[in-house]
Design a protein around this ligand. Sequence first.
Ligand code: WT7
Length: 653
Amino acid sequence: MADPTTAEFSDLLREDRTFPPSEAFRAQALVRDEAIYAEAARDPEAFWARFAAELEWSTPWTQVLDWQPPHAKWFVGGKLNASVNCVDRHVRGPRRNKAAIIWEGEPGDRRTLTYHDLYREVSQFANVLKSLGVTKGDRVALYLPLIPELTIAMLACARIGAVHSVVFGGFSAESLRDRINDSLCKVLVTADGGYRRGQIVPLKQMADEALEGTPSIESVVIVQRGEQAMKMVHVKEGRDHWYHRLMQDASARCEPEPMDAEDMLYILYTSGTTGKPKGIVHTTGGYLTGTYATTKLVFDMKDEDVYWCTADIGWVTGHSYVVYGPLANGATVMMYEGAPDWPQKDRFWSIIEKYGVTILYTAPTAIRAFMRWGTDWPAKHDLSSLRLLGSVGEPINPEAWVWYYKFIGGERCPVVDTWWQTETGAIMITPLPGVTTTRPGSASRPFPGISAEIRNEKGETIPAGGGLLALTRPWPSMLRGIYGDPERYARQYWNKWGLGVYVTGDGAKLDAEGNFWLLGRVDDVLNVAGHRIGTMEVESALVDHPSVAEAAVVGKPHAIKGQSIAAFVTLKEGIFGTKAHLELLREHVAKKIGAIAKPDDIIFTADLPKTRSGKIMRRLLRDIAEGKAVGDTTTLADPSMMAKLKAQYENET
Ligand code: WT7
């Protein structure tokens, strides 16, 4: 992205359509009063403590916040268990037989788990993990399709104090291996396969490849997902076990481990500015408080709702808003395993109609695809059950926002555009649907208790205008570290403007009314179809191929995916950049990282734009990929190469 302090994105601020909450929505909303912002600002710790107190603690905390920048402890001395808060306490009351999870598989199979069912299965699997030698603090890797067993396994880990590390099923064997090895996981839970666009994704087969280089793994548990797939699966005697066999003999009683508020709940790997993803660490009490409070207020969560967040649990959105936030609220969570266009482009709308979904939370990239597919698909279905729409993962362009509002929400449902990150754990900037007058393209204001600012490079606060987004107070669901790399935690997030200010890596604009307009990353992180990918990661994957001498990767705007990946590659002497070779390199990236990281464009070039000292000027490559006039080339060793490269790019893409 370009420098956010320029006028470049001012067109966003020209958006002047406003959408106040309807009287009908407001009348029933949990929050109707603007005063919540002032109340939280007066005493943020008291505000958060009010929500923490709605959770169940086995030992109360003695201090809300201990802030030694950049290290925070929330709810000091308090003890609780996340699985108790997501399951047990609902089972004790009228939610006992309420649907916790309504699941539909891609082939059309259906399952419903009540809170009591979930309680039994979580406890059973917790006992299974114990029988495999998992104890408090051990790491467990989960590499599963979007099936209820993933939620069950996460909560089972939480129940016994094990730390889960979920790896998205779209990541490659090598990515899985690296993640397992970074945190030395003891057990891997995977499946024979999952379904995606009618195909079986052979998870166990990929896991087998990863397992050749993961000495810490002692046991593997395989969920049987596909009836056909079972025969294809290799089961290694002594190490691998079928989930359903282990569950048969497991007791449905398992005492929950009382966890310190600051005990680790999970690790989730995300891309940064280096070649290696970082393991973001979240702890128990603050994370649960943040996800609980935001789910309740942002989604106006009621017991009658059927809530559907379409994210895969492999990403933080799924952790916070498919699992912990909604279940801590005792909500009914819709889960769908597969693709939105399978078998036809109305799968989402058919699910909403069939199950009476009331709240839909999805990503701009999906909304843009729906726009392209046309309004006939949603028009075929009764979507009148919907009452609230959410968006997350990347900036939503006003056109997509208005389309979503009109054709999915029937001009009846508020749209909440929610900004946050893997690191923030919970939603940070968002409308409150019963209070906020929304503007398409703006995530509006910081959630109560959250302090956000726009700063310039020097760290000066910009009262209105563009700059870098900073969070200026600690918040309960904030990351507590990068697994195994405390130094990187401080340097990466807290080292720009003093240890108390969190650097988001996003550019944003603040308008005169106090609305934030998110503009995208300002670092070397891309957002491709809502998935975070580091340019350095893709570069390392490319350079890993024996034919590649050098590679530079940049993002370029893409109508549906938001951004796509463009790679400029210099091949070694004597190797020719044929079409076949290009495909080979794309496959190599898929093998190293996963299909989501495959570059859309690869340009073979003998020269990359470099300074005299040999540094690649990615800024200039970005100009080419974005189709803009090439910026200042005076520091280049050979400025004349840029015109040639630009012409070549335009020719070949
Ligand atoms: C990055 C975080 C948060 C869950 C999904 C992504 C971008 C996220 C928005 C939004 C504009 C957004 C930011 C952020 N982003 N939500 N509503 N408007 N940008 O989590 O993979 O950690 O990525 O996603 O650039 O830094 P993530």
